[in-house]
Design a protein around this ligand. Structure first.
Ligand code: ZN
Ligand code: ZN
Length: 289
């Protein structure tokens, strides 16, 4: 076979990291594929370990469709995930977690790790998910926050800071999720000193709580963004403070299980990170990046 015919080397062959993503969804809620299909895809992508993190139950009403499992579905999910963990032992290190919303944080469930995320904010008719749709976010920006994006951002980041301090999840999910539909940064005035102050204050609280910050590429696979959360100025703060990072595909399909991880790792190296946090049977350890 000449060079032109050779299959392209997979990205993970060129660099040793990342080998793990701990942010994965499935058909239990809003993913397209089964847990088993996600695990198979991770093996095909060359990952050596994977964490399941379906959306945990949130016991409050929201505007729009709830995006989480019922307690009964959670029990089924945990049983299936644990069974797969045993079946695939030796091929793929599987970890069983949940992505828990700030309104549904359950510290008692038997999990290997927890991702804590703020999705819900008070709106004009009750709680709404900031990542549901651009239309919903813009509607509530006008109806509940006087059309002032800095007011919405102040509330969101205050909630993130309070949640991190109260619950101390292992990983803080998609830190600046309110920018999902605003990659240019224009709508939330991301270059403004006020926006940055709100976000950095919350990030400091997240780091003070000992949370790992994820470089989350989930919006890339789904076509909303070309860059991961969080923004670079936030990553630079994590680096300056010696905070820990992880790489999350936040995958909602088998095809997206490793989407954007290579680019996110390159970004992290560019910011100056030399290691990242990897979950093992002995807990989180540092791996070279
Ligand atoms: Zn989320
Ligand atoms: Zn997620």
């Amino acid at each position: 076979m000449n060079r032109a015919d050779a299959p392209a080397a997979p990205w993970y062959a060129a660099r040793p990291a990342p080998v793990q993503t701990l942010h994965v969804h499935s058909r239990y809620v809003d993913g397209a594929d089964t847990l088993a299909a996600m695990a198979e895809a991770a093996l095909r992508a060359g990952l050596s370990s994977l964490g399941f993190s379906e959306h945990g139950y949130v016991p409050v009403p929201v505007v729009g469709e709830p995006c989480w499992m019922t307690p009964e579905e959670t029990a089924r999910y945990l049983a299936e995930a644990r069974a797969l963990q045993r079946t695939l032992a030796g091929q793929l290190a599987l970890f069983v977690g949940l992505e828990l919303d700030s309104y549904g944080y359950d510290a008692a469930l038997p999990l290997d790790y927890r991702i804590g995320s703020v999705h819900l904010l008070p709106g004009s008719e009750g709680l709404f998910a900031v990542d549901e749709s651009r239309a919903r976010l813009l509607h509530e920006l006008g109806a509940a926050y006087g059309g002032d994006p800095l007011r919405l951002a102040r509330r969101y980041y205050a909630d993130v800071a309070a949640f991190a301090a109260r619950c101390r999840p292992d990983i803080l999910g998609h830190f600046d999720l309110i920018t999902k539909f605003d990659e240019s940064g224009a709508a939330f005035l991301e270059d403004s000193a006020a926006y940055r102050a709100h976000a950095l204050e919350a990030l400091d609280a997240v780091l003070d709580a000992g949370c790992i910050v994820e470089l989350n590429t989930g919006a890339i696979a789904r076509g909303y963004r070309r860059t991961p959360y969080p923004r670079r100025f936030l990553l630079e703060r994590v680096r300056e403070r010696g905070g820990r990072i992880t790489f999350s595909a936040d995958a909602h399909s088998a095809a997206g299980v490793a989407c954007g991880l290579q680019e996110a790792a390159a970004l992290a190296r560019d910011v100056g990170f030399t290691e990242y946090a990897v979950l093992t049977a002995d807990g989180f350890v540092s791996a070279p990046l």
